[in-house]
Write a new protein. Structure first.
Length: 375
């Protein structure tokens, strides 16, 4: 099989971080685009990227890109793709996708055409008029933006932000991929101490621990392509073994979570246990007004409740004011707060040393970072 082309969609604002990570994983020809990262590799790349990527939302095989202005052009373009290299005679191949600012605006019609074209080619290759689709799932995905169509096969199944440790969560949880990006931007390392005074279900603490210990985020879950006949099982076992060998057992990392909700504390500890990092994380009930810590160095990383989702804006801003009083400049300390409030810095009491635009779901936010010691 020739070298494969891949696409890794990611949250807006994380493209550069995701690309840098894939390069560190020794993946070839990595280049970032808006909302996704493209790269190349073989079958082992499917396993490595799925198991090890902290920032990608999923790993897709990019099978073709072409412009389409009619359904006939869409049909012909899809018909040229060698589906038989991945999809067996009995395998299922559902279709889903999106169309934005394009002549082919009807997503259901695009789904039908793509399905028909793929089925026709597979039927011809396997010399059958009936494809039963009872085998493993090969999810076909399409994206048409300004008439440019990308056709992909999803290898991940459930989104990669679903690490497997968070079956339950507190209200309005932060996405795992965003939490680990906040840890990266806060420069969490194997020797770091991380504090989250609004720990919720513990996502920021757990993702910080996984990163510090270099535990691959997908090592405890399965992926759609593991059931594909086109990808040998040895590829997955080899890459999992490689990931296990890279764990930093000597890391000195520790994390502390606080919340005013007893259930949140229980969730944090339970999720940390499921993630395998319970020995590195402590959590207890504590109000932000009681915030105090006596560590020589620490990174405070938090996602306080937003007014538009859980509290009214006035109460959210009361929290920001208290945080500004408690999060004082201190040698060896840094603070990172994600918020959608454009007036955050004024309420907090001082301008951020650095800001980074990020998206928490569909909410446009800023990560306000404080790391200088002078006011």
């Amino acid at each position: 099989m020739e070298k494969l082309q891949f696409s890794a969609p990611c949250l807006m604002g994380l493209e550069g971080i995701c690309a840098d990570e894939l390069k560190r994983l020794e993946i070839e020809n990595v280049r970032a685009e808006n909302g996704r990262v493209l790269f190349e590799g073989g079958l082992s790349t499917i396993a490595r990227a799925n198991i090890c990527s902290r920032y990608a939302e999923r790993i897709q095989i990019l099978l073709g890109e072409f412009y389409v202005y009619s359904f006939e052009e869409l049909f012909q373009g899809v018909s040229k793709i060698p589906w038989e290299e991945f999809i067996g005679e009995k395998d299922a191949f559902p279709v889903k996708g999106h169309s934005v600012s394009s002549k082919l605006s009807s997503v259901p019609d695009c789904q039908k055409i793509i399905k028909k074209a793929a089925a026709k080619r597979l039927g011809q290759k396997y010399r059958t008029s009936w494809l039963e689709e009872t085998g493993s799932i090969h999810q076909i995905q399409f994206l048409i933006i300004k008439d440019k169509c990308s056709i992909m096969l999803d290898t991940s199944g459930a989104g990669l932000h679903k690490r497997g440790y968070r079956a339950n969560s507190a209200a309005a949880p932060i996405k795992e991929t965003l939490a680990t990006a906040m840890a990266e931007l806060s420069r969490v390392r194997p020797f770091s101490t991380v504090i989250d005074p609004f720990c919720g279900s513990g996502t920021i603490l757990i993702e910080s621990a996984l990163k510090a210990l270099n535990i691959a985020p997908g090592i405890r879950r399965s992926f759609a392509a593991e059931k594909w006949s086109a990808v040998p099982s040895s590829v997955w076992s080899m890459e999992r073994e490689r990931a296990m060998d890279n764990v930093r057992h000597d890391a000195e990392f520790q994390a502390f979570g606080y919340d005013i909700d007893d259930e949140a504390i229980s969730l944090t500890l339970e999720n940390a246990r499921k993630a395998g990092v319970e020995k590195r994380i402590r959590a207890e009930k504590r109000d932000i007004r009681e915030f105090d810590a006596d560590f020589e160095r620490a990174a405070v990383i938090c996602n306080p409740r937003y007014g538009e989702r859980l509290l009214d804006m006035e109460k959210a801003r009361e929290l920001y004011k208290v945080m500004g009083e408690k999060f004082q400049p201190k040698q060896g300390w840094s603070y990172a707060v994600i918020s959608p409030d454009d007036n955050f810095e004024n309420i907090f009491g001082r301008p951020a040393d650095k800001r980074r635009k990020l998206y928490n779901g569909m909410i446009k936010c800023q990560l306000y970072m404080y790391f200088r010691n002078n006011i």
